[in-house]
Design a protein around this ligand. Structure first.
Ligand SMILES: Cc1ncc(COP(=O)(O)O)c(C=O)c1O
Length: 399
C-alpha cells in the first residue's frame, strides 16, 4: 500500500522508544520513577462520575454537532466568571484540546503554508500540522532566556507570504512559560497586523504560580477575528480520559468553516459532555485554588531538588506542570538508555522526556530534558536525586 507523504512525515511519540527498556528494567526488579508523563495523579472530582451515573436518558444518542447545550452553557458561564463574555455559538465541543487543534488547523492551513510555533513545543503539534500539508516555522528561543518568545524583533522576520497562523501554549508545555499581559497583547497585535490567526492553547490556564489571575487571549475583543482558543477539561479537572474540550472563537467565519468538520465527525461524546458540564457548574474557586496549590508544592519540590544537582540549568516554571532542564551531559537520550539499562540506586531509577522531541530542528535540545511534575513532592524529590546520581555515574563512566 502506498501511504501519503503527509502521514509518512509524521513521527511516533519520541517517548515510545524507551518503553521496552522500562519494561526490561522493571522485570529486573527496579522501581522506575516517572518524570516523563503528563498524566496528573490528582483525583477527578466526584461530580463527574455522579453526573454520568445520574444520566437519565434511555438512549445514548448523538449530541448536536456543536455540542450538548448544557455543556456549551457551562463553558460560556465559566468564561463569563473569568471576565470573558462569549456566546454559545462561539464554542464548539470537541474531543479534548487535541480535536480542537485537529479542527482549527485545517481551517487555515493548506499545502505549502506555514505556521509559527515557539520552540520547544508540544510534539503533537507537529503531527497535527503535518497532516494538513503545511509546515511549522519554529520561533527560536533559548534556555538562557528562559524560553521566552514574545518579542517582535524575533517573530516578525519569520513571517512571509506563506504564514497563516501562530500557535502558542499559554501556560506553556514543555517550558512552563506564562506570558505577561504585555506579551499577550504583543502576540495579538502581531497576529492582527499580519492578518494571521493566533491559536492560543490554554489547556493549563488555571495552573499558574504568579499573582496574576488565569487569563485568556479572549480578553482582546478588538482582535476577536484573529483569535481562536483551544481548551479542555483534561488538566483543569484532572479528567484526561473524558476527552472533552472546546474550540472557541468570536470569528464567525472561522467557526462556520470549523462546523464542517464538527458535522463530519457527527458529535463529541454526549455523556462525557454532560458530565463535564457538571464539573464546570459544581467546582468552585476553592477547587481551582486547591489544585493550583498542589502543583505549586510539586513545583517547589522539583526546583529545590534541582538546585542540589550540580551544573544543571533551568528557569523556575511560571505555570503548567512542566519545565525544561539543560543537563551537563552530551546527549540526554543516551543518558536515558544508561539510566534504564546500567544504573540504579537502591533498586530505583528514573525516566524523563528527552528534549530533542520538542524541537522541530534535528539536533536541537540534545542535552535538554522535559520534566513533568505530576506526582507527590516526596517522589519528585527522590526522582530528581536519582537524576543527579545518574548524571554523575554516566559522566564518570565515560572518563
Ligand atoms: C499543550 C497541550 N495541548 C493540548 C493537549 C491535549 O490535551 P487533551 O486532548 O487531553 O485536551 C495537551 C495534552 O497534554 C497539551 O499538553
Amino acid at each position: 500500500m502506498k501511504f501519503s507523504h503527509k502521514i509518512q512525515q509524521c513521527g511516533l511519540s519520541p517517548m515510545r522508544k524507551f518503553y521496552p527498556y522500562e519494561v526490561a528494567a522493571e522485570a529486573k526488579g527496579l522501581r522506575v520513577h516517572h518524570l516523563n508523563i503528563g498524566q496528573p495523579d490528582i483525583e477527578t472530582p466526584r461530580a463527574f462520575f455522579d453526573a454520568a451515573r445520574d444520566f437519565g436518558e434511555t438512549v445514548l444518542a448523538y449530541a448536536p454537532a456543536p455540542g450538548v447545550e448544557v455543556y456549551l452553557e457551562a463553558v460560556r458561564d465559566y468564561y463569563a466568571r473569568l471576565g470573558y463574555p462569549i456566546t454559545c455559538d462561539e464554542i464548539l465541543a470537541t474531543y479534548g484540546g487535541s480535536e480542537a487543534l485537529q479542527i482549527v488547523l485545517p481551517c487555515v492551513l493548506d499545502e505549502g503554508d506555514e505556521i509559527l510555533i515557539p520552540e520547544p513545543f508540544y510534539p503533537n503539534y507537529d503531527t497535527f500540522v503535518r497532516v494538513t500539508g503545511a509546515a511549522i516555522r519554529p520561533i527560536p528561543t533559548s534556555a538562557e532566556e528562559g524560553y521566552r518568545y514574545a518579542d517582535r524583533a524575533r517573530i516578525e522576520p519569520l513571517i512571509n507570504e506563506h504564514t497563516r497562523a501562530i500557535l502558542i501554549t499559554n501556560p506553556g508545555n514543555p517550558t512552563g512559560v506564562v506570558l505577561t499581559p504585555e506579551e499577550r497583547r504583543l502576540m495579538v497585535d502581531i497576529a492582527k497586523e499580519h492578518d494571521l490567526l493566533l491559536i492560543s492553547d490554554e489547556v493549563y490556564r488555571e495552573i499558574v504560580y504568579g499573582d496574576e489571575a488565569p487569563s485568556s487571549m479572549l480578553e482582546f475583543t478588538d482582535a476577536a477575528e484573529n483569535v481562536a482558543v483551544v481548551d479542555s477539561i483534561s488538566k483543569r479537572f484532572s479528567a484526561t480520559g473524558a476527552r472533552v474540550g472546546a474550540l472557541i472563537s468570536r470569528n464567525k467565519e472561522l467557526m462556520g468553516q470549523a462546523m464542517k468538520l464538527c458535522q463530519g465527525r457527527l458529535c463529541a461524546a454526549t455523556l462525557d459532555q454532560v458530565a463535564a458540564a457538571a464539573l464546570y457548574r459544581k467546582m468552585d474557586a476553592a477547587y481551582y485554588a486547591g489544585v493550583r496549590e498542589e502543583y505549586r508544592r510539586r513545583k517547589d519540590a522539583v526546583v529545590a531538588a534541582l538546585n542540589r544537582v550540580p551544573n544543571v540549568q533551568f528557569s523556575e516554571p511560571e505555570g503548567a506542570f512542566y519545565l525544561m532542564v539543560t543537563l551537563p551531559v552530551d546527549d540526554a537520550e543516551k543518558l536515558q538508555y544508561f539510566l534504564l539499562e546500567e544504573f540504579q540506586d537502591q533498586g530505583e531509577t528514573v525516566m524523563y522526556a528527552p528534549g530533542e522531541g520538542f524541537y522541530g530542528e534535528p539536533g536541537k535540545g540534545r542535552n535538554e530534558i522535559r520534566i513533568a511534575y505530576v506526582t507527590n513532592p516526596d517522589d519528585l524529590t527522590r526522582s530528581i536525586e536519582l537524576l543527579g546520581l545518574g548524571i554523575r555515574a554516566y559522566n564518570s563512566r565515560k572518563q
